[in-house]
Design a protein around this ligand. Structure first.
Ligand code: NAD
Length: 480
């Protein structure tokens, strides 16, 4: 199968005619050949998106767009099993996870933003002699650039509000996981979107991604990916005054105080470390534990990690699938070796499981729990983005705070305590965009999502998304 671009309502091969191989990371077998796009393809897509923006799409009311979003949600839901299998084959995650998290969340993204757009409330500021009211206008063509860890989940998190607010889209999914973006394009157009409203350009970041960010017809960029890539994106987009949202890396702390409900804390800290093979930006990859319960938590985490089933992603009992690629596994294995060099003890995992063919060619790695590392070492401060967690003791709340805040990232944290005051106090003092107390990754789509420091700029979610994907315009009417 060849996965083409989707431009102006129809599949289109790359202008160069080139393709690249997209393997299933669990088996090494080729899933598809994918269009290898460059500036010419991006330009064609941006022009198609511009024509749609200035053409039929402009006449759609907010309610019509919301109805379209609801139809898209229904269509994704109707194909849930097929899309979950496709996402799993492309990314390596357990199909059970894709079927219960990734694809349902894609459905929820469209349903949520259909409702949010219908129920928007915009301010008015009356004066004695005039009335100000705020209108929100679409921005134009948005470039949406997404990573490989949650392919459809994150693409729909951007697409739904972008379309709800009347923009048109050129999407550039990760070259490692392009499959469900292709399916989404067909679904959106099958649901009645005018041609050119949603376009997909496949290819590598330096070729297709960079061209999309630099295209003068693309008025806004929503980027989710690594911090170094985010710097490049910002360097290109900022001088062109594009609207820009950057959701970047993380090295999130799970902080467990001795008074916490430890059974729940251990199980949730384990899930936070290893869900989706540890390939979630919100994963808690550093676990800070108050010393009196340190041994118990370390043992509990090691037992938790050892109880996970690493295996074929399409097997119902599998809880840890394949990493996204052999290259990424090599990077993660490099961190396990580094942890040992830095003086750490690896209590479990960090090894390749013995699996039957064809899975012996896959990028599997058993989940690793590491202790004994200084909090400032590379293993404990750099984003690994795989199934490796480090565990560190602390003695005081102040020390825990210093450890939690002592990294360049500031995306999220999970704090475990039954002391309500401490829960508040500690959450307020953390340098992160999102804190969970006695839980992890409990998401309400109305709340702001994003990070501080090197984890990004801007917020998406709820009204923050509607605001980002629009221009606020004040209209002042004299009443005399
Ligand atoms: P990446 O930065 O390598 O790639 C992300 C996307 O950017 C891909 O589509 C890629 O092709 C594209 N790209 C690469 N170079 C580009 C360039 N010069 N110009 C434009 N686009 C370019 O990231 P990744 O390895 O795919 O994903 C993992 C990273 O994503 C991790 O750091 C993770 O923390 C982060 N992430 C963050 C969030 C969040 O919400 N904060 C969510 C998921 C993942």
């Amino acid at each position: 199968m060849t996965l083409h671009n989707f431009i102006g309502g129809a599949p289109a091969p790359a202008a160069s005619g080139q393709t690249f191989d997209n393997p299933n990371p669990a088996t090494g077998q080729r899933l598809a050949k994918v269009a290898r796009s460059g500036p010419a393809d991006v330009d064609a897509a941006a022009q198609a998106a511009r024509r749609a923006f200035e053409g039929p799409w402009r006449g759609w009311s907010a309610n019509q767009r919301a109805d379209l979003l609801d139809r898209i949600a229904d269509a994704i839901e109707a194909r849930l099993d097929e899309l979950a299998a496709l996402e799993s084959a492309d990314q390596g995650k357990p199909v059970s996870l894709a079927a219960t998290v990734d694809i349902p969340r894609a459905v929820a993204n469209f349903r949520f933003f259909a409702g949010a757009a219908r129920h928007q409330q915009l301010p008015s500021h009356p004066m004695a002699q005039a009335l100000n009211y705020t209108a929100r206008r679409p921005v134009g063509v948005f470039g949406l650039i997404t990573p490989w860890n949650l392919p459809l989940y994150l693409l729909t998190w951007k697409t739904a509000p972008a379309l709800a607010m009347g923009n048109t889209v050129v999407a550039k999914p990760s070259e490692l996981t392009p499959m469900t973006a292709g399916a989404l394009a067909e679904i959106i157009h099958g649901c009645g979107a005018p041609e050119g409203v949603f376009n997909v350009v496949h290819g590598f970041g330096a070729e297709a991604g960079q061209a999309l960010v630099a295209h003068p017809g693309v008025k806004g960029i929503s980027f989710t990916g690594g911090t170094v890539t985010g710097q490049r994106v910002a360097a290109t987009a900022a001088p062109m005054f594009k609207k820009l949202s950057l959701e970047l890396g993380g090295k999130n702390a799970t902080v467990i105080f001795a008074d916490a409900d430890l059974d729940r804390a251990i199980a949730t800290a384990g899930a936070a470390a290893f869900r989706n093979q540890g390939e979630i930006c919100l994963c808690g990859s550093r676990i800070l534990v108050e010393r009196p319960v340190y041994d118990r938590v370390l043992m509990g985490l090691t037992e938790y990690a050892s109880s996970l089933t690493v295996g074929p992603p399409d097997h119902p009992d599998t809880t840890i699938g394949s990493l996204v690629s052999l290259d990424h596994r090599a990077k993660v294995e490099g961190y396990v070796a580094l942890a040992r060099e830095e003086g750490g003890t690896v209590h479990c995992g960090g090894t390749r499981p013995a699996l039957p063919a064809p899975y012996d060619q896959g990028a599997f790695l058993s989940p690793a729990v590491v202790s004994g590392l200084p909090i400032s070492c590379r293993t404990a401060t750099e984003e690994i983005f795989g199934p490796v967690v480090t565990v560190h003791p602390f003695d005081t709340e102040a020390e825990a705070l210093e450890m939690a805040n002592g990294v360049r990232y500031g995306l999220s944290a999970s704090v475990w305590t039954n002391n309500l005051r401490r829960g508040h106090r500690f959450s307020e003092a953390l340098d992160v965009g999102m804190v969970w107390v006695n839980t992890w990754m409990l998401r309400d789509l109305r709340v702001p999502f994003g990070g501080v420091k090197d984890s990004g700029v801007g917020r998406e979610g709820g009204d923050w998304s509607l605001e980002f994907y629009s221009e606020n315009k004040n209209i002042c009417i004299h009443l005399g």
